[in-house]
Design a protein around this ligand. Structure first.
Ligand SMILES: NC(=O)c1ccc[n+]([C@@H]2O[C@H](COP(=O)([O-])OP(=O)(O)OC[C@H]3O[C@@H](n4cnc5c(N)ncnc54)[C@H](OP(=O)(O)O)[C@@H]3O)[C@@H](O)[C@H]2O)c1
Length: 208
């Protein structure tokens, strides 16, 4: 599959390594330009290229958005229309600036990104620490394989992202719709960065 990754920091670069490692064709972008990513891409096995954000958005059948939430407005959002977009972003008012409708929980950051992109957006990889994502992939059936929550309204898009999660060594756990389900794995919830098996994660999500 062709995967575009916008954001080459902790989460974006970790996902690039995982996805290229299992045979996907990956491109990755940051804000400073592809030349600043030469060392990163040289150090990754498999098919990965550094590009600009516009090309990453255009190239990907799946596009991962993994930037500080407050910088989403800088991205080529129009290129993401109708695409499967994976939103790893979390709203952090200290870093991103306050947004009243997020502060009063009348909506969520992922719903706002979806509205701005008109994409088939799936919230995933937002609730796992980057180093856990890097190190804790395990074969299917391993007793210590961790679950990763995801949420979204487009069933096909959720299935695609669930498959990617599975293929890099984690169990996807569907938290439900983007709004209601997504709220269950945002910062401040008791599944956020908790290292749980799929069974434990499912139980906590459904107790909420
Ligand atoms: N760190 C974690 O463990 C973790 C876990 C789950 C979710 N998250 C969330 O996932 C997102 C990414 O986190 P992170 O820790 O990976 O961030 P990070 O290490 O700070 O990296 C952010 C990346 O976004 C890029 N970026 C910023 N503005 C951009 C733009 N306009 N166009 C293209 N790229 C741009 C930066 O590029 P430049 O360096 O060139 O500016 C950098 O590569 C955040 O929303 C975070 O809250 C983080």
């Amino acid at each position: 599959m062709r995967i575009g990754i916008i954001g080459a920091g902790h989460i974006g670069s970790t996902l690039a390594r995982h996805f290229a490692g299992i045979g996907h064709e990956v491109v990755i972008a940051n804000s400073r330009g592809p030349e600043t990513l030469a060392e990163l891409v040289d150090g990754i096995e498999g098919s990965v290229r550094a590009v600009g954000a516009g090309e990453a958005a255009w190239f990907g059948q799946v596009v991962v958005v993994s930037v500080p939430y407050g910088r989403v407005g800088e991205l080529p959002l129009g290129e993401l229309r109708d695409k499967v977009v994976v939103d790893t972003c979390n709203y952090s008012p200290e870093r991103d600036g306050h947004e009243p409708d997020l502060d009063d929980d009348s909506t969520t950051s992922s719903e706002k990104v979806r509205a701005r992109t008109h994409s088939n957006l799936v919230k995933a990889f937002n609730a796992i620490r980057w180093d856990v994502l890097r190190d804790r992939g395990r074969p299917k059936g391993a007793p210590d394989r961790l679950g990763i929550p995801l949420s979204g309204d487009d069933e096909e898009a959720v299935a695609v992202v669930a498959g990617l999660i599975r293929d890099i060594g984690f169990d996807p756990v569907n938290a439900g719709h983007l709004g209601g389900g997504g709220r269950k794995h945002q910062p401040g919830t008791d599944v956020y960065t908790a290292e749980l098996t799929a069974h434990e994660l499912d139980a906590r999500l459904h107790a909420l």
